[in-house]
Design a protein around this ligand. Structure first.
Ligand code: FPP
Length: 238
């Protein structure tokens, strides 16, 4: 591999296209979600093996509660079973799992499974998997603002000193800025995913449905990232 090949520190993925993957095969949408989850397990392992330190995935938005009761309850059950099922694998691979999102209106059993997974993996150091569940990017900024106002009122911080970097500490998880954002399935939208963290991320929108977004596809995403010229608002390097 080339010496100056760049590996992004923080990758975000909007896991899209599970339903269409299933439809194409005349399967119920639930089969697409199941396959998406299986894919996430192998893909995340590979992403960390490639040297990525933080992987954020959009598993369930606050807006996703508007889907049919059948689909929402299938997904919640998948999360409960899935989170219990991956504890061992995360520990074997030294992966720490954290969650971003609001608690309400998640059912207790979902919230407990999330806490169990986060707690059982909290000392791992090989990579951080941030699962955005019942998450909204604008809600994250609102919730961060509330925490800031409290800290200001309690005299913990001086509001005039607050800067862009400090804001990260007030987000759901204190993660570094996102370097590469991938949305599968050909949709070209951000859909309220990690708005603050994504400010300077390179964007990549492959046509592939998420259950088919495998290791080779991720390698292509890394190649695309390497061809981009990141300037962060500065002048092009010649
Ligand atoms: C997008 O496909 C996927 C979701 C809304 C949700 C769930 C994601 C998984 C089951 C995989 C990850 C699992 C865990 C435990 C983190 P879509 O339903 O929007 O597909 P469509 O746009 O083709 O209908």
């Amino acid at each position: 591999m080339e010496e100056d090949y760049k590996i992004p520190t923080h990758v975000g993925i909007i896991l899209d296209g599970n339903g269409r993957w299933a439809k194409k095969r005349n399967l119920p949408r639930s089969a697409g979600h199941k396959e998406g989850f299986e894919n996430l397990k192998s893909l995340s392992k590979y992403v960390f093996e490639r040297g990525v330190k933080y992987l954020s995935v959009f598993a369930f938005s606050t807006e996703n509660f508007k889907r049919s009761e059948e689909e929402v309850s299938f997904l919640m059950n998948l999360f409960v079973k899935g989170f219990k099922g991956i504890i061992k694998g995360c520990n074997e691979n030294n992966i720490k799992v954290v969650f971003s999102g609001r608690k309400e209106p998640l059912k207790d059993e979902v919230y407990e499974a999330m806490n169990e997974l986060a707690d059982s993996t909290k000392n791992n150091t090989g990579g951080v998997l941030n699962i955005c569940l019942n998450y909204g990017g604008q809600a994250e900024i609102v919730d961060a603002t509330k925490k800031i106002v409290k800290d200001v009122l309690e005299g913990k911080i001086d509001v005039d000193e607050l800067n862009e970097k400090d804001m990260y500490h007030y987000m759901y998880q204190d993660l570094p800025p996102m370097d590469l954002m991938i949305r599968t399935s050909g949709e070209v939208r951000i859909s309220n995913f990690m708005l603050y963290e994504m400010a300077y991320a390179e964007m990549y929108f492959p046509e592939t449905y998420f259950p088919d977004f495998n290791q080779e596809e991720f390698d292509i995403a890394l190649d695309v990232f390497n061809k981009r010229d990141r300037r962060f608002g500065g002048i092009k390097n010649k």
